[in-house]
Design a protein around this ligand. Structure first.
Ligand code: TRP
Length: 365
């Protein structure tokens, strides 16, 4: 399968309203106002990715590939959220490179800055001003209920800082500063998005109708488990295949990856429904091949070793054009920086406009 044809179909607004995006143009210019749509459909999307390490296939399938697919149909704004990343311990000496690397891989994965707006969060300081105002519209109790805060506080007991606590307030400012009305994310972000809507409603109630209701657009991709079969694929767990990993590394990592735990011998029939390798086949292999593997796994016609070999080959087909593009971009980092600066200019203009309205509504300045 071609890398451009990943099975990342259109996302579904969570309230189930509407059947798909507007029949808009397909030219995909980031500032094209013709991407208007019938009432209720989002027009401007916003999403963010943390610069906390290699983009891996879980990020790609679960987020970035889907974001890329949405670009022709919406005014898409994507962000490397470095201000969010500093809420946990990090290394200032490597941060600048990490941000550039995440942006470079994002572009290689299809976040083409000629067709969407791609920028770095810390390049737009107006958003931080909005976050302060939003913090006055946010109940402490609501923040205390955030499961991501509780999880991170448990993981980082030495550094439970106020920024970790108000993280979702900044996320709301990211989204609402540009008045995005759709947010493509994984289901782990649903609570943050619900809070974003609460903040918008509270602000609008207190100061006047400034902000839209931002819908959550869930990614249709399956949740990709880690290679160890222990929870989701994650940078911090070291159980991932990076988008950068070339085929020999991919094969090596696959060779020890967890499969159906009940299939101990080659002659045992397997159960693809509980096998993470099969989940990956569904993302990287053709429907015909997926059907064949499903049947042959259940009948013990194919063993895990061969099944993984087929997957490795299909992953190589999908990933190598992205890797070539990534390597090309790493040779011209100034082009990436220029693209990010252009993206930041647009987001700054949009957020400044919002801030003028906000200050007026608040009776300030
Ligand atoms: N919190 C998101 C995550 O951990 C990242 C993020 C920051 C984000 N700001 C955002 C996502 C705005 C969507 C919209 O994945």
């Amino acid at each position: 399968m071609n890398a451009d044809e990943h099975k990342v179909s259109s996302p579904v607004p969570e309230d189930g309203a509407g059947t798909g995006p507007a029949a808009g143009d397909d030219t995909g210019s980031a500032v094209d106002d013709s991407k208007a749509s019938p009432a209720g459909e989002p027009t401007r999307l916003y999403s963010g990715i943390q610069p906390t390490g290699d983009i891996h296939i879980g990020n790609y399938l679960g987020a970035v590939a889907n974001w890329a697919k949405l670009i022709p149909r919406y005014d898409c704004i994507y962000c490397v959220v470095d201000y969010h990343a500093i809420t946990i311990e990090y290394d200032p000496d490597t941060m600048r490179d990490a941000v550039l690397d995440t942006a470079t891989m994002g572009i290689a994965c299809g976040l083409d800055p000629d067709h969407c707006t791609f920028f770095v969060q810390s390049h737009v300081s107006e958003t931080m001003e909005l976050a302060w105002i939003f913090s006055t519209c946010t109940a402490i109790g609501a923040l205390e209920r955030m499961t991501q805060f509780k999880d991170k506080a448990a993981q980082h007991k030495q550094n439970i800082n106020a920024g970790l606590f108000t993280y979702p307030v900044l996320q709301a400012a990211d989204i609402l500063g540009v008045k995005a009305d759709g947010v493509p994310v994984g289901d782990d972000q649903s609570q943050h998005l619900e809070l974003t809507r609460e903040i918008a409603r509270r602000f609008n109630h207190l100061y006047g109708p400034v902000f839209p209701d931002a819908k959550t657009l869930y990614s249709p991709a399956p949740r990709i488990l880690g290679l160890d079969g222990q929870g989701k694929m994650s940078k911090s767990q070291g159980n991932y295949i990076a988008m950068k990993d070339r085929s020999d590394m991919v094969r090596k990592k696959l060779s020890t990856a967890y499969t159906d735990p009940n299939r101990l011998r080659r002659s045992d029939p397997g159960n693809p429904d509980i096998c993470n390798i099969f989940t990956l086949h569904k993302s990287f292999s053709s429907p015909d091949e997926v059907a064949t593997i499903d049947a042959e796994c259940r009948s013990a016609g194919i063993g895990c070793v061969d099944c993984k070999k087929k997957l490795g080959a299909n992953m190589e087909t999908a990933m190598s054009p992205i890797q070539d593009k990534y390597e090309d971009l790493t040779r011209r980092p100034d082009d990436v920086r220029d693209a990010l600066a252009t993206g930041a200019d647009r987001v700054r203009a949009l957020t400044s406009e919002t801030m003028t309205e906000v200050r007026q509504s608040l009776g300030l300045r």
